[in-house]
Design a protein around this ligand. Structure first.
Ligand code: ARG
Length: 465
């Protein structure tokens, strides 16, 4: 047991209590942020004359040495310390002597941990944003290549109207683009520095909080010291935004699983992203898509957990908040892993274009267009709907598509039909006549592709803008 606060105690902490209370096993994950935060703090203390230049140099050298040694494996973060803050401070004192004891001047572990967690989360938000951008690039590439790849669009998982693969992929482009927008919002809103808030009420030292904020890349200092040490909104926002990312991934996975099924065969997942069965030799299973879909629950769980943890906490810091870490770390790692794997699976997936096209042809996806044809000849839409319904019945009876009926058969149900009906219900036309912005027609799709391309060019990943 190694603690920073033994002075007022007369007995040793019970070992079980110590273990229950300690956080080193998980907060070691942000050793780098902890050390960088301390470096900024010490520079500020020296600038304000609270530490001498010599003291500052000695501490900085010590902290930099610790960082280097942890990174290259020469220094192990030992769990005999209560938390990462204690580990760094004790190691510093051990290495540079008494001057190390001045590190914690004008600081509390409450504002320190608030800072560390923010720095960690901020880095992760930026990394996740970069991964989402890579996924968008993959989606964009598929869109660009497939503006003429016809497939059925579905409602209720029933064939509805023909679309293109570019259009279908475009829907996911919009979703993940909004996800990036949420990352940018979170990054901006959270980017205020809590250091200097002390335990809850600031400090009596003349700290320059603007300076530390600037050194650490924040837009400025937080404005209420009690809020600074007890705010975890940004963690909740990130978990919520990540839950939405997972929800999008999960829907996409669900579609891929359906498309990859023996019945659909719209896609073939690459061997490198599939798994086999230990008993059934013929099997090639979409495990990765299923696992991503499955892991969604885990991220939602983290969100529910932190919301519940935070709901009854009076101001300011309370130890409950230590519970923000493990679940958040797990959720972040889960989401990053899922986005990366999903991206690889999508990029290597084969689209069976002929199968998709035939499926669009054989499901009356052009029935609306046949009705619209009659409307253009002056038939009221409701009557046109009824006429085409009867045509569909006839087709079902004869097991053919609308395209296969003879003009005589068309005319027997409505004399308005002429030879040009075949062109009107051809799949190419059904898609390409739909050219309002956002629709699958080639012209509309080209416009959107240009918007997507410019967006990818202009939106630098967070932290690099
Ligand atoms: N491990 C603690 C946490 O994660 C650090 C802050 C400790 N502060 C305190 N007053 N005990 O929240």
């Amino acid at each position: 047991m190694a603690q920073l606060w033994g002075g007022r105690f007369t007995k040793e902490t019970d070992q079980l209590v110590y273990n229950f209370n300690a956080s080193i096993l998980f907060d070691r994950k942000f050793y780098k942020q902890d050390i960088n935060g301390s470096i900024a703090h010490v520079k500020m203390l020296a600038k304000q004359g609270i530490l001498t230049g010599e003291e500052c140099d000695a501490i900085l050298k010590g902290l930099e040495g610790i960082l280097e040694d942890v990174e290259n494996g020469n220094l192990e973060i030992s769990d005999k310390y209560e938390d990462i803050h204690s580990f760094v401070e004790a190691t510093l004192i051990d290495r540079i002597g008494d001057v190390g004891k001045k590190l914690h001047t004008g600081r509390s572990r409450n504002d320190q941990v608030a800072l560390d967690m923010k720095l960690y989360v901020r880095d992760e938000v930026a990394e996740l944003d970069g991964l989402l951008k890579e996924l968008l690039q993959t989606i964009y590439h598929i869109m660009k290549e497939n503006t003429e790849t016809f497939m059925p669009g579905f409602t209720h998982l029933q064939k509805a109207q023909p679309v293109t693969l570019a259009h279908h992929m475009g829907a996911y482009f919009e979703m993940f683009k909004r996800d990036r927008g949420r990352m940018a919002d979170i990054y901006k809103r959270m980017n205020l520095c809590p250091l200097g808030a002390g335990a809850l009420a600031g400090t009596t030292y003349p700290l320059d909080r603007e300076y530390t904020a600037e050194l650490l890349g924040f837009a400025g200092p937080t404005l209420n010291s009690m809020d600074s040490v007890s705010d975890r909104d940004y963690v909740i926002e990130l978990l919520s935004a990540m839950s939405t990312v997972m929800m999008h991934l999960s829907r996409f996975c669900e579609e891929i699983i359906i498309w990859n099924s023996n019945e659909y065969q719209f896609v073939e997942i690459d061997d490198t992203y599939s798994t086999g069965s230990s008993i059934m030799p013929q099997k090639k299973n979409p495990d990765i898509a299923e696992l991503v879909r499955g892991k969604t629950g885990r991220v939602y769980g983290a969100l529910m957990s932190i919301l519940t943890t935070m709901k009854g906490i009076p101001l300011a810091y309370n130890k409950d908040m230590q519970e923000d870490k493990e679940l958040t770390f797990d959720a972040i790692d889960t989401v990053k892993g899922c986005v990366k794997l999903f991206n690889g699976m999508l990029a290597s997936m084969q689209f069976q274009k002929e199968t998709m096209k035939n499926s669009a042809k054989n499901g009356f996806t052009n029935a609306t267009d046949a009705a619209d044809y009659l409307v253009n000849k002056g038939v009221p839409f409701r009557d046109a709907h009824g006429i085409v319904g009867r045509l569909v019945l006839l087709c079902l009876e004869k097991n053919v598509a609308l395209d296969d009926l003879t003009l005589k058969q068309y005319k027997a149900i409505s004399p308005e039909f002429e030879e040009d009906i075949y062109e009107a219900v051809s799949m190419e036309n059904c898609v390409n006549k739909r050219n309002t912005i956002g629709a699958p027609g080639t012209a509309a799709m080209q416009q959107v592709l240009t918007v997507c391309e410019n967006y990818l060019k202009e939106s630098a990943p967070l932290g690099q803008a």
